[in-house]
Design a protein around this ligand. Structure first.
Ligand SMILES: *[C@@H]1O[C@H](CO)[C@@H](O)[C@H](O)[C@H]1NC(C)=O
Ligand SMILES: *[C@@H]1O[C@H](CO)[C@@H](O)[C@H](O)[C@H]1NC(C)=O
Ligand SMILES: *[C@@H]1O[C@H](CO)[C@@H](O)[C@H](O)[C@H]1NC(C)=O
Ligand SMILES: *[C@@H]1O[C@H](CO)[C@@H](O)[C@H](O)[C@H]1NC(C)=O
Ligand SMILES: *[C@@H]1O[C@H](CO)[C@@H](O)[C@H](O)[C@H]1NC(C)=O
Ligand SMILES: *[C@@H]1O[C@H](CO)[C@@H](O)[C@H](O)[C@H]1NC(C)=O
Ligand SMILES: *[C@@H]1O[C@H](CO)[C@@H](O)[C@H](O)[C@H]1NC(C)=O
Ligand SMILES: *[C@@H]1O[C@H](CO)[C@@H](O)[C@H](O)[C@H]1NC(C)=O
Ligand SMILES: *[C@@H]1O[C@H](CO)[C@@H](O)[C@H](O)[C@H]1NC(C)=O
Ligand SMILES: *[C@@H]1O[C@H](CO)[C@@H](O)[C@H](O)[C@H]1NC(C)=O
Ligand SMILES: *[C@@H]1O[C@H](CO)[C@@H](O)[C@H](O)[C@H]1NC(C)=O
Length: 703
């Protein structure tokens, strides 16, 4: 069945399902009703649970005391068999608490969905007595302890999902040896150890195998050899330190997704990559880069020990490749990049960073018309950025930092690549001035031109960078290609002097780094329009003139480095009103006068050194009799006229920041990352499974 077909069929099934449920809801036979035993079991279950979502509708309202006399088949989340009247289906969400062991009295239950709750404690030891269960879904809870051995008795089980819990302990194969019908197994994101014997032949043929973080090493799990028809396999972070056996590649399947990342898998990779999605990152694979077959669409080989020279990339591709995502970063690939990118026109993501690639950036990269993310940083590329890249108009991220590139900063970056959000040219030998065309890049969020040989002045038009001129988090760029995968960009940024990787929080990082160049002239006052900027680094240049008096407009500024320039004049009072500022360096300039009194300015002990005419706290030098220090009388203090901005306003901004920044940064976004990544694949797959499950459900309900 083709995919489009499947989607069509899925719609029909959803409709059908809705109709069936409607019919069922109205056909529950009140004369039969659930048994007293089942009713008591449900009430016992309810006793251990609390409904915790203010927005959803509380199912327990219909389980209340008044309703006690009613047939429990009428209760929300409970469905009974059309014919026997027994409870066959139970589905509860947004509840907290523990699962009552009395649950097992629901002997006829065939469909149990308690996923996405805040259930804690253990899975009832005797759960296996519910031997009619076909669909057991307890994922995304806080269940702990072992998986009860009795699960092995649930011989009708088809779908077992215990993922994202805190389950632990060893699971021997006996847990699964009586589950012939199982085809969906998800135990990922727990702390489980699978102790299966080497020659175990499972009684099932799985379709969906998700065992990420389940330890099953050190040998490659041989039992997988018996599984002939799966479409998804995740054995990432499984403690496997072995070579990949040959049989593993032999299984040909069109939509196979294989994730073997974060193990210690050794050896070479066979060229016959029989799958669409292969992630073998963070292993110890070595040898030449496998020649890339046209069938693969996503290949993550990053953080291995692939070596040899880059030309191999092209040897096998006389035909067009379907590759859309290639990550070869952090390997040991060397040599010139071949000029054969015309075959890779489907590429959306290309990361070759942190290798030893040399020579010029090939001009055929201009054929990557669909490319959105291009990372060539941390190699030894020389020469100019090829002007052919201007045809890659979909680029949002270009990182060519830490190479030996030279030449002018191309004007076409600003003229043609209008979707650019992140430009990193750091640590190369680009020279001459910053072209004003860069101001056309209204989406610009991170600009890092540091450590080059750039001279001239900072363009005044930089207030055209509208994203930087907007406060708050910009939306993460979701790159979406197919139902199999999508990704969000990640990037290293120097912030407060520390270089670290940002991914889920990248939208918070609005940064301009022009440090370590030969920029001269004044800091344009237009910079004060960029109110979204979080980090501004202009240090180690030859800037003169004064700090723009309205620098305090940059309310989001967390890190400001103007050190090692020739900036003179007073420190504007408005600077002291930026309550968020957590890092300040104004040292080695020619600033004068009294350091403004403000909440934080006095705490940056080392921010003011090397400015002989500066006085006042925290410097030991006190200001002269006039109280304002030298230079003061010569200067018109512009910001004293600006009475509009009150301190209270800034304080509230500061509080907002603390709550907003860490709240969002710490929890929400982190959790979302996985979902972004697999969302599309899972949507597809779940729909597909849904169809299957619905068929089973209908069978159950019609019994
Ligand atoms: C693991 O399984 C093997 C045989 O399959 C058994 O001998 C061994 O005791 C098991 N280890 C534990 C800790 O259960
Ligand atoms: C591959 O796996 C690694 C580690 O599990 C993960 O960080 C990375 O995002 C995955 N790559 C893709 C393209 O999904
Ligand atoms: C670059 O690759 C080496 C191994 O080849 C690794 O140790 C290092 O952490 C990588 N650096 C970055 C920035 O990823
Ligand atoms: C990288 O490859 C070179 C040869 O190309 C080799 O000498 C070197 O040891 C390799 N480095 C690592 C870390 O594998
Ligand atoms: C790039 O675009 C220009 C005009 O848009 C076109 O003439 C040229 O052939 C393109 N280059 C490639 C390599 O397709
Ligand atoms: C820029 O991005 C927007 C959406 O983010 C897209 O609609 C548009 O086509 C892109 N422009 C180019 C030239 O790719
Ligand atoms: C820096 O650029 C100037 C031209 O602007 C050039 O003369 C000089 O050689 C460059 N210096 C280095 C170290 O590349
Ligand atoms: C900046 O924006 C203004 C108005 O949007 C526009 O007229 C001007 O041409 C832009 N300048 C540059 C250099 O992009
Ligand atoms: C500014 O850039 C310089 C040189 O690139 C770096 O040493 C310094 O740590 C940066 N400052 C901040 C605050 O990141
Ligand atoms: C520093 O600034 C003072 C005035 O504030 C000026 O007289 C002096 O020449 C400046 N020194 C340098 C080295 O620019
Ligand atoms: C419910 O059972 C009746 C027989 O009692 C049967 O005719 C009907 O098709 C069943 N309904 C559903 C939706 O299965």
């Amino acid at each position: 069945m083709t995919l489009t077909n499947m989607v069509g069929v899925r719609c029909c099934f959803k409709l059908l399902y809705a109709i069936v449920v409607l019919i069922l809801l109205h056909m529950n036979n009140p004369c039969i009703g659930c048994s007293e035993r089942e009713r008591q079991a449900l009430l016992a279950l309810k006793q251990g649970l609390v409904f915790v979502d203010d927005y959803g509708s509380n199912p327990f309202l219909s389980w209340g005391r008044e309703a006690q006399n009613k047939d429990c088949c009428e209760w929300d989340g409970v469905h009974c068999s059309n014919q026997t009247g027994h409870v066959v289906e139970l589905e509860l969400h947004d509840v907290q608490g523990k699962i009552s062991p009395k649950l097992i009295e629901l002997q006829h239950l065939e469909y149990l969905d308690l996923s996405e709750n805040k259930l804690s404690g253990r899975i009832p030891e005797s759960i296996g007595q519910m031997s009619n269960i076909v669909y057991l879904y307890l994922s995304e809870n806080k269940l702990s302890g072992r998986i009860p051995e009795s699960i092995g008795q649930m011989s009708n089980l088809v779908h077992l999902d215990l993922s994202e819990n805190k389950l632990s302990g060893r699971i021997p194969e006996t847990h699964f040896s009586k589950l012939p019908n199982l085809w969906f197994l998800d135990l990922s994101s727990n702390s489980l150890v699978l102790n299966f014997s080497f020659d175990w032949v499972p009684p099932f043929q799985l379709l969906y195998i998700s065992l990420g973080s389940c330890k099953m090493g050190p040998y490659f799990p041989e039992w997988l050899r018996t599984q002939k028809s799966y479409i998804r396999l995740d054995i990432s972070d499984a403690g496997i330190s072995d070579i990949i056996p040959t049989w593993f590649w032999d299984l040909r399947n069109d939509i196979v997704y294989k994730d073997l990342s974060r193990n210690q898998i050794r050896g070479n990779l066979r060229s016959e990559l029989a799958c669409h999605f292969l992630n073998v990152s963070w292993n110890q694979l070595e040898g030449p880069i496998p020649s890339i077959l046209s069938s693969v669409s996503l290949l993550d080989l990053s953080n291995n020990k692939f070596s040899g020279s880059a030309p191999l990339l092209c040897t096998s591709t006389t035909e067009k490749s379907n590759l859309q995502y290639l990550d070869l970063s952090s390997n040991n690939v060397s040599g010139d990049l071949p000029d054969c990118w015309i075959h890779f026109q489907q590429l959306v993501f290309l990361d070759l960073s942190n290798n030893s690639l040399s020579g010029k950036i090939p001009t055929t990269m201009g054929y990557l018309f669909g490319i959105e993310t291009l990372k060539l940083n941390n190699n030894i590329f020389v020469g100019e950025l090829p002007s052919q890249l201007k045809n890659c108009t979909k680029l949002t991220l270009v990182d060519v930092g830490e190479n030996k590139l030279s030449g002018l900063i191309p004007e076409w970056l600003g003229e043609n690549l209008l979707n650019l959000t992140i430009i990193i040219l750091r640590s190369n030998q680009f020279y001459r001035s910053i072209p004003p065309q860069l101001c056309h890049l209204t989406h610009l969020q991170i600009l890092d031109l540091s450590m080059n040989n750039i001279s001239g002045t900072i363009p005044k038009c930089l207030n055209n960078w509208t994203t930087l001129a907007k406060k708050g988090t910009s939306t993460l760029i979701m790159h979406h290609r197919s139902f199999l995968w999508d990704y969000i960009d990640e990037e290293y940024v120097t912030w407060k002097g520390v270089r670290s990787k940002y991914k889920n929080t990248l939208g918070l990082v609005k940064s301009i780094d022009l440090s370590c160049n030969k920029l001269s002239g004044e800091i344009p006052t237009e910079v004060t329009y960029l109110v979204g900027v979080v980090s501004l680094n202009l240090s180690r240049n030859q800037l003169t003139g004064q700090i723009p008096s309205r620098i305090g407009n940059l309310e989001e500024l967390d890190s400001l480095d103007l050190s090692r320039n020739q900036i003179n004049g007073r420190i504007p009072t408005s600077l002291s009103w930026i309550y968020r500022i957590g890092y300040l360096d104004l040292s080695q300039n020619n600033l004068s006068g009294k350091i403004p009194i403000g909440t934080q300015l006095q705490t940056f002990d080392s921010a003011y050194g090397g400015n002989p005419l500066l006085c006042g706290e925290p410097l030991p030098r006190t200001c002269s009799e006039e109280g304002k220090g030298p230079g003061q009388s010569m200067l018109v203090n512009e910001d004293d006229k600006d009475g509009l901005i009150t301190q209270g306003f800034y304080i509230s901004m500061g509080l907002g920041f603390a709550v907003g920044f860490w709240g969002v940064c710490g929890t929400l976004l982190l959790n979302r990352s996985c979902r972004y990544m697999y969302f599309n694949f899972l949507t597809f797959l779940n729909d597909w499974l849904y169809v299957k499950v619905e068929i089973i459900r209908q069978r159950i309900l019609n019994k």
